[in-house]
Design a protein around this ligand. Structure first.
Ligand code: MG
Ligand code: ZN
Length: 231
């Protein structure tokens, strides 16, 4: 079998399991958000801040994807949030089977939203569907404003961009106008939220947008249940 063909078959199997993950999640009324970023962009801090802001309104769980260690999962667990760690053992992205295993370990009946922290990598995570309802990118200003030119695929495929570490803007060479222009050249609709996860700036706008998406998901599910007479 040709190499290309093998790769297509792997993606096919992954897509099928991703669709099953989606079914499981819809059945439980749980919204799955896939956070992708380069290493060190601040995914874990952004996730922790988001959980804090949603507290009392939306019950969150987390799936932590890392090549090794449980450093990030420990931080999330310390915040009192249900969390499952996936160690890929060298693998550079999460896939649908890994997410299936993690979902089975989470108390889905007690959750409204699960955030997936993908492996830090701007290239292949976007190629693997997990069954998620929403794809988000966390970027950060020290990475520079030219990231959209270098990794167009992820910018094209996400529905929102959290631009983190804006408190460092005075210290780094980052052209905001240029960045917005480059992002818009690839993605006409994704909002860009300017935040600092450590300071806490800019999170209201992002979390209220996320809340809106979650409410839309819930409304959609209710409508589908009514339409199919399950209600
Ligand atoms: Mg992390
Ligand atoms: Zn990979």
């Amino acid at each position: 079998m040709a190499k290309v063909e093998v790769m297509e078959n792997i993606l096919d199997a992954n897509d099928q399991l991703a669709a099953q993950n989606r079914q499981l999640l819809n059945g439980k009324g749980v919204f799955l958000v896939n956070f992708m970023a380069s290493p060190g962009a601040g995914k874990t801090s952004a996730i922790l801040r988001t959980i804090e802001d949603l507290k009392g309104a939306i019950r969150c769980g987390v799936i932590e994807g890392d090549v090794a260690s449980s450093v990030d999962a420990d931080k999330v667990a310390a915040a009192g949030v249900p969390v499952v760690q996936i160690n890929t053992g060298g693998g550079c992205h999460l896939d649908a089977p890994m997410i299936r295993g993690a979902l089975e370990q989470l108390p889905l009946d007690e959750l409204d939203l699960v955030m997936v922290e993908n492996v830090g990598n701007l290239i292949c995570p976007v190629g693997f569907k997990l069954g998620e309802h929403l794809r988000i990118m966390v970027a950060s200003v020290p990475e520079g404003h030219d990231k959209p030119c270098k990794y167009p695929s992820i910018f094209i495929q996400v529905e929102a961009i959290i631009l983190n570490k804006i408190d460092l803007l005075p210290l780094v060479d980052f052209d905001m106008e240029n960045y917005h222009r480059l992002v818009r050249g690839l993605n006409a609709t994704a909002p860009v939220f300017l935040v600092s996860a450590t300071v806490g700036d800019g999170f209201e706008e992002w979390t209220s947008w996320l809340k809106g998406r979650w409410e839309g998901f819930k409304a959609d599910l209710e409508w589908k249940n009514l339409a199919s007479g399950v209600a």
